[in-house]
Ligand binder design. Sequence first.
Ligand code: TPP
Length: 632
Amino acid sequence: MTTTADKHVPGAAVPPEGPELLSATGTPQGVRALDPDRLPQLAAEIRALLVRTVTATGGHLGAGLGVVELTIALHRVFESPRDVLLFDTGHQTYPHKVLTGRAAGFEALRQTGGLSGYPSRAESEHDWIENSHASTALAYADGLAKAFHCTGQTDRRVVAVIGDGAMTGGLALEALNNLGGSAAGRAPIIVLNDNSRSYDPTVGALAAQLARLRGGEEAMCGRNLFTDLGFRYLGPIDGHDIAATEAVLHRAVALGRPVVVHVVTEKGRGYGPAEADSDDRMHACGIIDPATGRPLGAAKPSWTSVFGAEIAALGAERQDLVALTAAMRLPVGLGTFSARFPERVFDSGIAEQHAVASAAGLAMGGLHPVVCLYATFLNRAYDQVLMDVALHRLPVTFVLDRAGITGPDGASHHGLWDLAMLSRVPGLRLAAPRDPARLRALLREAVDVADGPTALRFPKESAGPDLDALATLDGLDILHRTPHADLDVLLVAIGTTATACLEAARTLDGLGVGVTVTDPRWVAPVNPALGHLVARHRLAVTVEDGLADGGIGTLLAQHCTRTAVTTPVHTVGLPTAFLTHGERTDQLRDAGLSGPALAETVQTLLGARMPPFAESPRSGHPPQRAVPGRRA
Ligand SMILES: Cc1ncc(C[n+]2csc(CCOP(=O)(O)OP(=O)(O)O)c2C)c(N)n1
């Protein structure tokens, strides 16, 4: 199939005609009123805006560039928000945002108070769902179409746009099963946006089916997966040809029955560096040079890259080690491992549940699977972790990237729940490395565990430097101990919060507070030695970038209650809330997880338990707390 629309390659940022169409037509009504022969210019202006702004802020680039014409066609055929446009995953909604009055917001995309990188109900009545987790749109569409039918709103259409990658998710396949037999008049329209990629090329039997459809093979015989499930199939259509796409959408509406419109698009369309990149690094980019697509600023080693190097080294040592990814081989750091051991990497598609249950089978079969996911996407597979892996005491290692606050990706991407969820899985050992050296060591320890699951989690940020321990006490790393001081407070650092804990300790040292900082490395189940260490202090404060309620601190507090340790345990962590997008460091600070905030918390807590501050006997020093029993 050939594509017919004009291609405009930014880098030459603004199209020759200037961006005036965008200002005049940045609303659905404006797009509908536009003369069809002006539409290619509108598409070019949208692309130029996206390339200019997203390269400056970072964000999702490739997917949006691929659906510019499709989005224009959707807004011309349907009347949003009366008709409902749902975009699965939501990372491709930038053109939709531009066409629904939000073009100006792209200057502050994904920044605190700025435009969200995903659909946002607070932003616009044209955004019905707040997503980012894939494969949900068809189910929402099912419910909405049924609701409109039940309430007599028969003039409202529901359209779900879903990528070929998202279609590989179990939830989407469940929806196809439910929707294929829908009664006429209450079936949503499914637009399958097929660019043949997830990040990597989309995998599996579905991808093979779509390739045959793109090649025209099965369309010829009139039967395919979708028709067999009860849908009408319309396509394949060139999704960059606005007129053809509008025409097929009108046909779909006229059918009034379950229908899949197969639209073929090119991810990254119109932006040279994205089109040329077979690894799809422009799926989501940081701040890059718009002309070359290369990152601006020196690249720092990330947690992902530290993990990637170590798992590749381990792969050479252990033939039984296999790695699993849910359509995110490169983002989770499996590039080197997969290049060296291609037959030992399994990509499930966007199917975390399948990946985890399949890992259970791999472990039963004598291998040691390492399941590599973003922390937020593990939520999907909690039941498989519990029932298929842990109940069977299988040696599966979970490696969770992007744990804790992820920053600009917002509410649905933060990995806030993993510590709370995994610490309650019977038999699962959970580690939170504080630095690259600990990540390497803990990964090795994890894959050596043969009688049950293990998990490691680390955040989205640059890794390092290493924070070596002063001593190790029954498995607990002691990172700081105020010299010649009482044991006033124990700071229990979970993972990378060690840096803030050490900063707080230095401040508290200066105030005459005796501080111990420990990193338990393996944070759940509770190491009994940690309970003993708590008992030797007046106060313990746990610090984690996960939920404060129900996380590791709560687990430790419960352990102390059970074992009659009377020292109060105070938990510092993230609120049980859907945190919005913004700078990661700002959000950690706001949650009380910065060094200064921790020092203040400890002072307040000690103040409540101890006599108030006394003036320092040493002039020029900050005020000292008069701690009972303290040597003068
Ligand atoms: C449950 C879940 N797992 C993983 C991801 C990470 N992810 C974001 S977009 C994407 C690929 C989506 O592919 P496709 O639906 O074809 O859209 P495209 O980006 O190709 O336009 C993946 C794997 C996700 N969003 N949700």
